[in-house]
Design a protein around this ligand. Structure first.
Ligand SMILES: [Zn+2]
Length: 60
């Protein structure tokens, strides 16, 4: 719990949340894929914001 690999990140533009447990059907990202393991060209499936525009959801 709370490991980097399982971290969820939120798009700061549209608030879409990337959850590694779910993956991303839009980009055909398999469940279990950590945010850090997403392909470099992956962007928000909702608004196309780059990965640098995502903020980690804290578990503290
Ligand atoms: Zn977005």
């Amino acid at each position: 719990m709370g490991t980097e690999a399982g971290a969820r990140l939120e798009c700061k533009v549209c608030w879409y949340v990337y959850d590694p447990a779910v993956g991303d059907p839009v980009w055909q990202i398999a469940p279990g894929t950590a945010f850090a393991d997403l392909p470099p060209h992956w962007t928000c499936p909702n608004c196309a914001t780059e990965q640098s525009g995502f903020l980690r959801l804290g578990d503290d």
